[in-house]
Design a protein around this ligand. Structure first.
Ligand SMILES: [Zn+2]
Length: 418
């Protein structure tokens, strides 16, 4: 019973997201017959599912009182199967993948569209469906993408994957899943234009959208009690925690997301923190370093962002000090997109993130947050004590003048050291 409801809600969310992806595709001026047809099919499916969802929601309420009410559900579940049947032949997925395969690097929305169709074709447990949603999250720059992020996070959660759904998604998910308190008319709006998805929130490092005002759009940034970054100074608490990185060579995937330069990492690179494995998702840069050491920033910092199987995030920070040229950064800067845009994958360039690590892995650590909106908390930080060289010219060549959030109050936290 719960499973069926979850499935219907999931499918609804995804068709909405998929249609969104196709709309983006169309508006890019690359409209083809295939895409139009896909859209029509998605619309039909959407309507059928909206009906099914309404019925299911009603039935769910009744079923709480009496078990017999579950009977009509079977019919609806069969309808749902029929809709999914339209996708299960795989033709739609094949068409969509063929259309997109000519493009290097998909936008978040298109990636989500592919994920949605994979879900309809292969089912929610299929590894490639789950991978497609995870990919969506990894590509996301957290900027003006909350709708895509929420859809992907909710989809993964509904597929039984352990993910933390952002608190910012509540408005959006309530519109999607909360048929309980709505009348008939709302079922359609639920996936067409969620109430929570108001004009894309945006933010900056200066001006009216600067860090002191992030809290207006992203409450955690202002109200959170364990925010990052910190001014790192004693007294420290000594802990016995080990961190061991195992980063692999892979094709370079680099993007300018409008706030930083980010390198996305293929699965396989990991760090073990006290034996627990976290996958390296991406790393990115801040100038100057966001963290201060005894009140002083370094020239820059690299944040290596990791996630474990339970969806918990861990960031390793490597401070960069002015000195000799850094060969790893030379490779990255030679390939970075100067203007904001999607991920690029220059041909025949591979990169090993371990090139950017110091030899010594001694660290300061604390419980913190994302240092960009939505400032989500429960992120473990490990700031390495050893700093790595970067040439003054290389600092100057970074295409952002300043992209560092100011340090945040320590509150009840104690900074640890190994
Ligand atoms: Zn960062």
């Amino acid at each position: 019973m719960t499973r069926i409801i979850a499935e219907v809600v999931l499918v609804l969310a995804l068709i909405g997201a998929g249609a969104f992806g196709w709309t983006q595709h169309k508006s890019a001026g690359a409209s083809t017959g295939q895409v139009a047809e896909l859209e029509t099919k998605a619309k039909e499916a959407e309507e059928k599912l909206a009906e099914a969802k309404e019925e299911l929601t009603k039935a769910q309420a009744e079923a709480k009182e009496q078990e017999e009410a579950a009977a009509p559900l079977k019919t609806k579940a069969q309808e749902l199967d029929a809709v999914k049947g339209a996708f299960s032949g795989g033709e739609i997925l094949k068409d969509l993948e063929a259309t997109y395969s000519k493009q290097k690097g998909l936008s978040t929305e298109r990636q989500l569209g592919v994920a949605a169709v994979r879900l309809l074709t292969l089912g929610s447990k299929d590894p490639s469906t789950i991978a497609a949603f995870q990919k969506t999250l990894e590509l996301t720059d957290w900027k003006s993408r909350s709708k895509a992020v929420c859809a992907a996070q909710s989809a993964l959660a509904a597929a039984g994957q352990k993910v933390n759904v952002m608190s910012e998604c509540e408005g959006i998910n309530a519109a999607k899943a909360g048929a309980d308190d709505h009348g008939k008319g709302d079922a359609k709006d639920a996936h067409a234009a969620p109430a929570g998805a108001h004009a894309a929130p945006h933010w900056d490092y200066e001006g009216p959208m600067g860090p002191e005002n992030w809290g207006k759009e992203f409450p955690t940034c202002a109200k959170g009690k364990s925010q990052s970054p910190l001014d790192i100074k004693g007294p420290f608490e000594k802990v016995k925690v080990s961190i061991a990185t195992d980063y692999k060579n892979g094709p370079l995937k680099i993007l300018n997301n409008g706030h930083t330069i980010q390198v996305n990492v293929e699965p396989g690179s990991k760090v073990r923190i006290d034996g627990m494995a976290y996958d390296l998702l991406q790393f990115h840069f801040h100038k100057p370093s966001e963290e201060l050491i005894d009140g002083k920033p370094a020239a820059m910092v690299i944040h290596f962002v990791h996630k474990n199987a339970a969806g918990q995030l861990a960031v390793i920070g490597v401070l960069l000090k002015e000195g000799n040229e850094n060969p790893g950064i030379k490779t990255l800067w030679a390939n970075l997109p100067a203007k904001e845009g999607p991920e690029v994958m220059p041909e025949n360039v591979s990169f090993n993130p371990s090139n950017l690590l110091p030899r010594e892995m001694d660290f300061y650590s604390y419980e913190g947050s994302l240092t960009t909106p939505p400032c989500t908390e429960k992120v473990k930080f490990f700031i390495l004590k050893s700093q790595v060289n970067i040439a003054r010219e290389q600092v100057g060549a970074f295409p952002f003048k300043k992209n560092a959030r100011p340090v945040q109050p320590l509150n009840e936290r104690v900074i640890q050291t190994n």
